[in-house]
Design a binder for this molecule. Structure first.
Ligand code: NAI
Length: 352
């Protein structure tokens, strides 16, 4: 039998936590044959609620669940964890912007990053969910120097899944037949959901979304705004932010990262920019990635250049997907927002 994997969920007594921990314990994140030890962290004010979650997990009698650590002590929570899903954070209350939340999150992410940096298992993978997710990942990286940046990611998979669904609904096809949308940039309303490389499996082969959706105006307008504003729609009708879909996306993110993306399929993940696609290095930016052997890499494609001089040499070079002007503008706008958030975060970090 496989050795259990220790999965930490911070903010486990919250809404997303309540949806997420049973999914993990049922094997949705790591597969039906992977035993789990769940670590759950929350704050003192939520200690009773956290206890309740623990009792329910026990009552659910999950066969894969080999142990539960439920605590308000960050160090205890982080001990030997292999995967950390960071859902806990200061909530964005009514009338607050993402930028108001940042100074509250600096000390939280500092504490969690140090605890994980010192106590997590080697090669621990981190997924930041709490908002502003991309910038919380910047703060996390700053305070966990022992965790390599390739092991720190943030969640934009929910936006990616929303984009896939919008295309599937529009074309009245099954969600499994749609792939390779991209969500670029920030997990915020400036994100750029891009269907220009998306493909649809049809009975007559693979077709591009642009070919099947003749209405390009829809692709460049309503499709984008629907995905960008989906979170607000849910908030309006539920009076609470998305939780089950966020939890499900977190499972998708970790599963694809560790187990690998299917052939010729990429997913969107917020990862540390190496300068690909002209995005400032050091930002946590959502890119199309493929995953293999537990590592993600930003989608690059080979382009071949033929030299016509003698001897005929074929040069190949790694470049990215083709980006048109429309996409470029949108990708840059969301990068600019991330640069602003990052420098704001550093202004609070420097005050500490
Ligand atoms: P929630 O308020 O129901 O739960 C948050 C939990 O975190 C609470 O139980 C709270 O006590 C806990 N918490 C607060 N400070 C903490 C600390 N220092 N240490 C440990 N736990 C702490 O919020 P919900 O709905 O579960 O959302 C969680 C976060 O996820 C929010 O920041 C939300 O904006 C974000 N989110 C991100 C999405 C994404 O796609 N990246 C999608 C949906 C939500």
């Amino acid at each position: 039998a496989k050795a259990p994997v220790r999965v930490l969920v911070t903010g486990a007594a919250g809404q997303i936590g309540y949806a997420l921990v049973p999914m993990i314990a049922r094997g949705i994140m790591l597969g039906p044959d992977q035993p789990i030890i769940l670590h759950m962290l929350d704050i003192e004010q939520a200690a009773e609620a956290l206890k309740g979650v623990k009792i329910e997990l026990i009552d659910a009698a999950f066969p894969l669940l080999k142990g539960i650590v439920a605590t308000t002590d960050a160090v205890e929570a982080c001990k030997s964890v292999n995967i950390a899903v960071m859902v806990g954070g200061f909530p964005c209350k009514e009338g607050m912007t993402r930028k108001d939340v940042l100074p509250k999150n600096v000390p939280i992410y500092r504490a969690h990053a140090s605890a994980l940096g010192e106590h997590a298992a080697p090669n621990c993978r981190v997924l930041v969910v709490a908002n502003p997710a991309n910038t919380n990942a910047v703060i996390f990286k700053e305070f966990a120097p022992s965790i390599p940046e390739k092991n720190i990611t943030c969640l934009t998979r929910l936006d990616h899944n929303r984009a896939l669904s919008q295309i599937a609904v529009r074309l009245n096809v099954h969600i499994n037949d749609v792939k390779n949308v991209i969500v670029w940039g920030n997990h915020s309303s400036t994100q750029y959901p891009d269907a220009s490389h998306a493909t649809i499996t049809t009975t007559s082969g693979e077709k591009s979304a642009g070919e099947l959706i003749a209405d390009h105006h829809w692709l460049q307008n309503e499709f984008i705004t629907t995905v960008q504003q989906r979170g607000d729609v849910i908030l309006k009708v539920r009076k609470l932010s998305s939780a089950l879909s966020a939890a499900s996306a977190a499972c998708d993110h970790i599963r694809d990262w560790l187990i690998g993306t299917p052939k010729r399929t990429w997913v969107s993940m917020g990862v540390f920019s190496d300068g690909s696609y002209g995005i400032q290095p050091g930002l946590f930016y959502s890119f199309p990635v493929t995953c293999q052997n537990g590592n993600w890499s930003i989608v690059q494609v080979f382009r071949y250049f033929y030299s016509l001089t003698w001897p005929i040499i074929m040069l190949s070079t790694m470049t990215g997907l083709k980006i048109d002007e429309f996409s470029r503008t949108k990708m840059d706008a969301t990068a600019i927002e991330l640069m602003e958030e990052k420098s704001l975060a550093y202004s609070f970090i420097d005050q500490q």
